[in-house]
Design a protein around this ligand. Structure first.
Ligand code: TRP
Length: 328
């Protein structure tokens, strides 16, 4: 069966765009391939934060991943720092990639430029080596990533190919694949931008943890336009089309067909809001249950770390062996 690895950084607050755009597909995907989902807390350390911040975000994200429906008996959901082989193999990757190759990573150049005058950790620079370790550790065949991460999967392939040619066949060479397209949810206040935590205001951002009343309020205040015609047209009517897309993602009906049942914006806004509230209701209930039961959540993550650990140990041992390190 195809082994698929996707990882997500615990950077806080999961939102509707994350859910409808990606997480919901992970749930369907767990029955189509052998999926590993890492919560990559070590990656989140490249930009330093206060004690406990990454841990709290890790717990929160884990609770959401199980709440949306990832089944710990089917998918392997684990926390990166619970599997020490990530950090161990990362060093081997660092010694296999060149300084020049890392210097050409566009994400590094962008992030370093934005932090000019600020603290730039060496981890920000070597991050692709850790990501390469994440991937080859699980013999992943496929890595679903967006455009921004393609270059990191490419460098992973280069590193794995180089290692294999120097030390013998050790790693599976992964390919980057397009994630299954979910809904593209736009900011409710700025419907030409993707919903994101970094928006100027939170008014257009629907968090998975939002109370029903807050969700309804955000939808009722959603930016539309002034021509009072409900029609699906992403180009000239981005706000209205976004509401139709969200409603479509919740109901399964196409946006164009949905558009025919509305003549005014008001009812479309409240129906979209209500559909989201209803869709999230069971997910939020399960999230709250898990957050109220830290022992249960820890047990689920323990199980994931055990499953991930078995594969990771085997791969690291193979790499050390092919390197010819002295066994202890
Ligand atoms: N770098 C990825 C991001 O920022 C996260 C990530 C870390 C990842 N390790 C990975 C993604 C391995 C896929 C596979 O989004």
């Amino acid at each position: 069966m195809t082994r698929v690895l996707s990882c997500i950084q615990p950077t806080g607050d999961v939102h509707l765009g994350n859910y409808l755009g990606a997480l919901r597909n992970w749930v369907g995907g767990q029955h189509e391939a052998d999926v590993f989902h890492g919560i990559v807390d070590l990656h989140a350390l490249t930009v330093t934060s206060a004690p406990g911040v990454v841990g709290a975000a890790t717990i929160d994200l884990a609770a959401w991943l199980f709440a949306v429906g990832l089944d710990p008996d089917v998918a392997t959901v684990f926390v990166q720092s619970h599997v020490p082989e990530h950090a161990q193999l990362s060093w081997v990757m660092e010694c296999t990639v060149s300084f020049g190759e890392l210097s050409r990573m566009t994400q590094y150049k962008d992030k370093a430029a934005k932090r000019e005058g600020d603290f730039i950790s060496a981890g920000l620079f070597t991050y692709p080596a850790l990501m390469a370790a994440d991937i080859v550790l699980y013999d992943a065949d496929e890595v679903p990533v967006g455009e921004d991460q393609r270059q990191h999967v490419e460098i992973t392939r280069d590193i794995a190919i180089r290692f294999n040619s120097r030390f013998g066949d050790t790693f599976v060479i992964p390919v980057a694949v397009m994630p299954k397209a979910g809904a593209r949810v736009m900011d409710l206040q700025d419907p030409t931008s993707k919903m994101s935590k970094s928006a100027a205001t939170d008014a257009g951002l629907v968090l998975l943890a939002d109370e029903p009343a807050a969700i309804m309020k955000k939808f009722k205040r959603a930016v539309t336009d002034s021509d009072n015609e409900v029609r699906y047209d992403r180009e000239s009517k981005p706000g209205v089309s976004n509401l139709l897309d969200v409603l479509s993602a919740c109901t399964g009906e196409t946006p164009a067909v949905l558009a025919e049942s509305y003549t005014q914006y008001g009812p479309l806004k409240s129906d979209a809001g209500e559909a989201v509230v209803a869709l999230l209701q069971p997910v939020q209930a399960r999230y709250r249950e898990l957050m109220a039961d830290p022992g249960e959540l820890a047990a689920l993550l323990h199980k994931g770390a055990d499953k991930a650990g078995v594969v990771a140990k085997t791969t690291l041992a193979r790499a050390y062996d092919h390197l010819g390190l002295v066994p202890r």
